[in-house]
Write a protein that binds this ligand. Structure first.
Ligand SMILES: NC(=O)C1=CN([C@@H]2O[C@H](COP(=O)(O)OP(=O)(O)OC[C@H]3O[C@@H](n4cnc5c(N)ncnc54)[C@H](O)[C@@H]3O)[C@@H](O)[C@H]2O)C=CC1
Ligand SMILES: O=C(O)C(=O)COP(=O)(O)O
Length: 473
């Protein structure tokens, strides 16, 4: 395949007309890259790049991209794992990394001209920040939770969001198992005492976990993994979830949260942050828990009312708690942590490390960065959390073939318009899906001349329902 620099813009993002700029890079409106990996080629230049393709089939695929990957700017925050950095740099993208979350002001400046941002749980991508991101096409959450991103607003701007749905689940479940044992043996307090030179050998209110009841709130990836581990240690497992789920082993789903709270020796929370889970555990729920029972929260800080928990611990109603997540968490390591829970009896406090293991971070880095590459280079949205999931079976490895990726408002009549535009062309494959207010169409079209590519691009991107139009290959 040989394209020339005078070919039409074949990899473009077209924003709503109010902020529309000449199309250039596959996800953004910016000019040529000038970063360390950039070749300095103009972004509208159409270059063939030959390489081995694992995407789209196991055979040796010759994938020709019409855009210069060196023009793609990626910002990775919060110490995203090296596996991600190397995967993205291997594509030729410009990758800037930061060990910490950035302040809002700095983030607004930094996000302005990047095509992709990678974050973990701290960075809040609010409407205000997303509106400042003029070229952003895709967000990678290198974690499970996506509550830190305004998912709907991102979708409306045609920005796909990917996460890692289960690569750190095992790490969280193992931490919780450890905490169950630590709490029931008051190990946190004994450890503090020993470091203060205090020898305090006691067995009162210290228990084995065998035969005790673990109540799991939220029986998803983490909750169900924990269920298996807890049973293997001789615990009885009950769970509460908003949907009926298959109980693993001999665990049982109970009818209500209150029933779970009233019958469990340990309550552990594994729900996402949503409006329904905000302050899910407050004064009433803590009172409903058994005298001397324990609470573990490694989900999100907003799920538990901290004052109510501190009161329940100081009054002795609860036997202890382990808390990994807080309503307000420091953006960086250092002496920044304050909480009413500091100094509460038998209370284990950890700095949001549930998913912080070498294994989890390395797997997450690979998983999320690969999803980003597939979206940037090929338009694939499989696994996106806010976007219709669309892919086509294989890449057509032929001269004069293109892939049209069209993100649009989900309203009646759009497909008719696209069918009209493509009526005289050979559409090899086409798939479209919708999610809420937006829809995403992908079509592989063969035997098109550079003039026809230009025409398709122009007519599709000028449709009134257009959010983002890209043409790849
Ligand atoms: N401490 C840490 O480092 C980490 C924390 N997390 C947090 O753990 C959460 C759970 O993770 P996964 O198990 O992977 O999520 P998941 O999505 O697999 O499971 C969540 C479960 O909670 C249930 N649920 C939702 N709303 C509920 C409600 N109001 N009441 C009862 N059940 C409800 C869902 O039906 C689902 O079964 C994540 O959303 C994240 O916030 C995840 C990883 C690491
Ligand atoms: O995966 C999650 O949702 C987590 O809470 C882990 O967040 P982190 O990557 O440690 O900021």
């Amino acid at each position: 395949m040989s394209f020339t620099a005078s070919s039409p813009p074949s990899a473009s993002r077209v924003m709503p007309t109010s902020i529309m700029n000449p199309p250039s890079t596959p996800l953004g409106n910016g000019g040529a890259g000038s970063g360390p990996n950039s070749t300095g080629a103009d972004a509208t230049e159409i270059r063939g790049r030959e390489r081995q393709g694992s995407f789209g089939g196991s055979t040796k695929a010759k994938i020709l991209k019409p855009f210069n990957t060196a023009n793609i700017k990626i910002l990775l925050l919060e110490n995203v794992n090296e596996t991600a950095v190397s995967t993205l740099r291997a594509e030729g993208y410009q990758v800037e990394t930061h060990a910490k979350a950035l302040s809002e002001d700095v983030l607004i400046e930094k996000i302005r001209d990047v095509h992709c941002i990678g974050i973990r749980s701290k960075t809040k991508l609010t409407k205000k920040i997303l509106d400042a991101a003029e070229k952003l096409g895709v967000i990678g959450c290198f974690c499970i939770g996506t509550n830190q991103v305004d998912l709907e607003h991102a979708a409306q701007k045609g920005i796909a969001v990917f996460n890692s749905p289960f690569s750190n689940s095992r790490s969280v479940a193992e931490l919780v198992i450890a905490e169950i044992v630590l709490l029931s043996r008051q190990l946190g307090d004994r450890n503090i005492e020993m470091h203060q030179g205090i020898w305090s050998k006691v067995s009162a209110n210290c228990y084995e976990i065998r035969g005790k009841t673990l109540g799991i709130v939220g029986y998803g990836h983490i909750g169900s993994q924990l269920s298996v581990l807890a049973e293997s240690m001789g615990m009885r497992v009950l769970f509460h979830d908003v949907v009926p789920l298959m109980p693993l082993g001999t665990s049982k789903q109970v009818g209500s949260l209150d029933e779970l709270l009233a019958t469990s020796d340990f309550i552990t929370l594994h729900v996402p942050e949503t409006p329904e889970t905000k302050n899910m555990i407050g004064e009433h729920e803590l009172k409903t828990m058994k005298q001397g029972s324990f609470l573990i929260n490694a989900s999100r800080g907003t799920v538990v009312q901290i004052s109510a928990l501190a009161n329940a611990l100081r009054s002795g109603h609860l036997g202890g708690a382990a808390v990994d997540v807080f309503p307000k968490e420091p953006a960086a390591n250092g002496k920044f942590f304050e909480s009413e829970l500091v100094g509460c009896p038998n209370t284990l406090l950890t700095p949001h490390i549930g998913g912080s293991t070498e294994e989890a971070q390395s797997m997450i880095g690979v998983e999320v960065s690969q999803a980003l590459v597939k979206f940037i280079n090929y338009g694939t949205s499989i696994g996106a959390v806010n976007f219709p999931e669309v892919d086509l079976r294989a890449i057509k490895d032929e001269e004069n073939s293109i892939r049209l990726c069209y993100t649009h408002s989900n309203v009646p009549g759009v497909l008719r318009q696209i069918t009209n535009i493509l009526a005289d062309h050979n559409v090899d494959k086409q798939f479209s899906d919708s999610k809420g207010k937006i829809a995403y169409l992908m079509a592989d079209i063969s035997d098109v001349t550079p003039e026809q590519i230009q025409d398709i691009y122009r007519r599709v991107s000028e449709t009134p329902t257009n959010i983002v139009t890209r043409i790849l290959y």
